[in-house]
Every structure is written in C-alpha cells, then in structure tokens.
Unconditional design. Structure first.
Length: 553
C-alpha cells in the first residue's frame, strides 16, 4: 500500500471519529439541557409510585354487639407489565397460585402499553403469600379489606352490600356509607427497575371507618325469617314480610323478608330478591286500615264504642255495592263490634259520617301517603287515591284503592299502642335520619285506649283468634285484600293476607306485622298471617323475658 493511500484512510477515519464525537456530544447537550426535566419526570414516574392505602371499613353490629358485617384481611395482587420479562410463565404461576384463568392473566401481562393492572382484587391471604414467596419480577402486593357477612342471610335485606372498593351499594351499607367508609391514605414509594419497593418517601395514614350499631336483634331477626319461610312453604306464597317494632321508641327489632338470600352473595342475587319489601314495596292493606276510620269517628265525637247501628249485609255506595265478607243477615252492631268483626258495611257507615275531607285528614294523620323517614334508602311513600269517585268513600275505608308499606302500617299501630303518639321507626341506634319531628301525637290517649280494647276483642272473639298467645293479652287486626289486576279491576285469585298486633296489650312492648303475598289454599289474614304472628310473638316474649299479663288458658 502506498503512503499516500494510507494517509487518505487515516484522514477519513479521523473525520469519522470527529463526526461521531460531535454527534454524541450534541446528543448529550440536548439531553442535559433541553430534555432534562421531561426525562427526570419519566424516571420519577418509573421509580416513584403513589398508591392508595384503603381505610378499614367500620363494622355493622346488632343491638347486642353481634357482628353482622365486618372486614376480613385480603391481599390485592397487581403488576406492571413493563417490568414483567416473561408474561406467559408469570401468568401460569399467578393462575395456579390464585386459581385464576391463566389465559386472561396473560392478556393483561403482555400489554406493555400499561404500567399498572390488577391481577386479583382481595385475594385469599394464604394463596397471595405463597405467590409472593416466588419473587416474580413485576408483581406487587398490598393488603386490603374484604367485606364479609358472618351471619349469612340474617338481615341481608337490611344490611345491603359493600362492593369491591368497600363503598356501600345497597341497604344500610349505602345509607351509612359516610360513617362506615372512613378515608383512604396514600403512600409514595421508590421502586427498583424490577418493580420491587425500596423505600417509602411519603405517607398519609388512612382514617378508619366507624362502627354502627343497629336496633335489630340478631336472634329475633333469625327467628322471624324462619317463621316467614315456613309460612311461605305452608301456603305456597310468592313472598312474605314481617316487622317487629318497639312502639315506645320506634326501634325495629326485626325486619324480615322472604324469599331470602346470603348477603355474601349479594351480587349474584337477582334484583327482585334483593329488595327490602318492608320499606320499598306497597300493598293494599284491606281491613287493617279500618282502625283509621274508627279512630277518626271516635276522635271527632261522632260515636262511642257502644254506639249501635243496624247493618245490612251490603251497602250501596254510588255505583258500587259493598258486601260483608262473612255475614248474610242484617244485624245490630256496636262500633266495637264493627271493628272486632271487621264489618265492611259498618266501617263504610262510619266513613260516610266523617265525609271525604275527614277521612282524608285521618289517613294523612296516621302517616299514610308519605314516607315514615326510617333510616333506610329507597323508602316508598305509598299511593293515595289520585281522584275521588262517588264510590271512593266506600272502598277507601276498607283498605282498597290505597297502597301502603309494611313499615307504615307497623308505625300506625305502634302509635295506637303508644297512647296515641306516633314515633318514627328506625334501624340504627343514635337517632333516625330524615326530617320532621321524631314523635307527635295523632290521637288522644283516651281514644287510643278505646281502640286497644276493641283490638283485643278482635283476638278474643273476632277474626284474629289464631293470633292468641297463651298467657298474654293480644290486640290486633286481620287484613285480606285482593290484588289489583293489571288488566283492570281486582284479581279473583291473588290476595295479600296480613295481621298486625300488639303484645302484651295491657303494657305494649311489641308491635308485630306479618304480610303474606299470594297465598294458596286460604286467603284470609286470620288464617294465613295470624298464626305466623303468634309464632313470632311467642318466641320474642320468651326471649325478651317479658312477663305475662293474662292467665294461661
């Protein structure tokens, strides 16, 4: 090779290295001067991660401190797909450890466009610990709380449900979410290139949620649900509801609905079964509403309990003829007998004395047509007649053409039992949510005492003899109402049977309402619902050690 050719190659090589150096130097200047801040933010994003630290949700307890809803320890497993070097083996390992579908996990882990994906929310702690021991690159773990309902189906309709993020979605979990939820904390951590935590550089502690105590008694609730379940099976019914309430303070000791479900399986339960029918559903009350007309007539001085009327077996009201349910002869009855024998004709006669304005006023005074204000979401106000025809004064007093909720009816009878003072029902200790007075008088004590005496006769010699409890005086009223037919008019095969009673009648401690929707084989409240009342009352009286107020049979 000639010296001249060698010098040319050396010069070319020198130019190449000079250009390479200048390019590298220029790139370094660009990165250091122009791109420094964006790259610093990118590096911080890759190694500094802020994560939420969930707050522990408060427990829900029954009145005696029994846990109805609690938080259980769980581990959430997540991943940064950009740090996962082998998505397929990692997916198989995670799937095997947590009993998950590996193919679905692989789809998440292989997507490197995302820096964070959940692999399992609130997984079993033991399985998650076994997975964590494998030290798989790109996976992360943090503790969370999983909502659990240790009593299963007991009070499931009342409790509702808290979802995967521990926020209430239904029932009291939703209504009292602000109390139960607490406030999440936050942590900023430093991680190495493999996603492993090196240090916590900033931390804000979570604020735990507060517990709430219910007025519900776990034992009474379980018994009421059991009794309703037996009544449904006995009569082949569509549904049943029971409310057990203390008339003095409005505390609901049991609120049972059948068919029931396990609260831990709330998301898998159909919406129709999830409903708390005692608060959200309405029904035509039938004869249990007659106490309102009688109370109004007594309060306005139109009659006394011993006032007598000659009553035919039917009465013409405008274009409608209203018949007695059981009587075919003309009889002379007192006001007390009208209520104890559940006379349709007698009740309509009293309603005509009150007139439209008087009847409407007393129905409103007893709380029908508006919400009670019970501390449960989704309460229905009920339905009053939207217009009055000539026959409304005949159908409304006997409980047709009006729709109420079970809790409204229980509160109305509780007012009679409480000496005429209406008290707002409640499910949570510490006072009800909702506006308006906590309690107010709707009838005088004298009229309340007169009504209680009449309602005792219903059980002693009237339509409610199946509700009698040995050793206790019982006051109550039966109800039987045909259900409206969607095609118009009323069904001839679908009924709601009900009974609402007070015990002990001489010193009221409990108001118990039972409704049975669409029973078969019998339709009468005194036959279908009264025995269920008796069974619930007998258990509650013994459990609460309420002394007898009558001689045993």
């Amino acid at each position: 090779m000639s010296p001249r050719l060698a010098n040319r190659r050396i010069r070319l090589l020198l130019v190449f290295f000079t250009l390479a150096f200048l390019g590298t130097f220029g790139r370094a200047v660009w990165l250091q001067a122009v791109q420094a801040q964006p790259l610093d933010r990118l590096a911080q994003g890759q190694h500094h991660v802020t994560i939420d630290v969930p707050a522990a949700r408060g427990s829900i307890l029954d009145r005696n401190g029994v846990n109805l809803a609690i938080g259980r320890q769980a581990i959430t497993v997540y991943a940064n797909p950009r740090h996962v070097t082998n998505p397929r083996p990692t997916a198989i390992a995670v799937g095997r450890a947590l009993h998950l579908d590996a193919d679905r996990l692989y789809g998440k882990l292989a997507d490197r466009s995302r820096g964070f994906v959940y692999l399992a929310r609130k997984a079993d702690p033991k399985r998650a610990a076994a997975l964590q021991a494998q030290n798989l690159i790109g996976l992360g773990f943090y503790p969370e709380e999983r909502r659990a309902y240790p009593q299963g189906s007991v009070a499931a309709h009342v409790l509702g449900f808290a979802g995967v993020d521990n926020h209430g979605l239904a029932g009291l979990e939703l209504a009292r979410d602000h109390t139960l939820a607490g406030r999440d904390g936050r942590q900023t951590v430093v991680r190495d290139p493999f996603g492993r935590t090196l240090d916590v550089i900033r931390s804000q502690s979570p604020v735990e949620g507060r517990d709430i105590r219910l007025t519900i008694d776990n034992t009474l609730q379980a018994n009421a649900q059991s009794v309703l379940g037996k009544a449904m099976r006995r009569w082949g019914a569509k549904a049943a509801t029971a409310v057990v309430m203390n008339p003095r303070n409005g505390q609901v000791l049991a609120m049972a609905v059948e068919p029931n479900f396990d609260a831990n399986r709330f998301p898998q339960t159909d919406r129709d079964t999830q409903r708390n029918r005692a608060v959200t559903d309405t029904y035509e009350p039938g004869s249990t509403l007659k106490v309102v007309t009688v109370a109004g007539a007594l309060s306005q001085g139109l009659v006394t309990p011993s006032s007598e009327f000659t009553l035919a077996p039917s009465i013409q009201v405008a274009d409608r003829v209203i018949h007695e349910a059981h009587r075919t002869d003309t009889e002379r009855m007192t006001v007390a007998q009208i209520l104890s024998n559940s006379s349709n004709v007698g009740t309509v006669t009293l309603a005509e004395m009150l007139g439209r304005e008087g009847l409407e006023s007393w129905i409103s005074r007893f709380g029908f047509g508006r919400k009670t204000g019970i501390d449960f979401p989704g309460e229905t106000p009920g339905i009053l007649p939207s217009y009055w025809s000539g026959s409304t004064i005949g159908t409304l007093p006997i409980g047709h053409g009006i729709a109420i909720t079970p809790v409204q009816m229980a509160a109305a009878y509780a007012a009679v039992a409480n000496g005429g003072v209406w008290v707002r029902p409640r499910l949570v200790m510490g006072g009800p949510m909702g506006k308006g007075p906590h309690r107010h008088r709707i009838i005088s004590r004298h009229v309340a005492d007169q009504l209680m005496a009449m309602l005792r006769d219903v059980v002693i010699e009237g339509t409610g003899i199946e509700a009698e409890v040995d050793g206790y005086q019982v006051a109550g009223k039966t109800g039987t109402a045909a259900k409206p037919d969607p095609r118009g008019g009323y069904s001839t095969s679908r009924y709601v049977a009900s009974f609402v009673g007070v015990v002990p009648a001489s010193n009221p401690r409990l108001v118990i309402l039972v409704t049975v929707d669409e029973p078969h084989g019998a339709i009468w409240g005194g036959v279908v619902a009264a025995p269920a009342f008796q069974e619930i009352a007998k258990f509650a009286l013994q459990y609460l050690e309420i002394p007898p107020d009558a001689l045993p049979r």
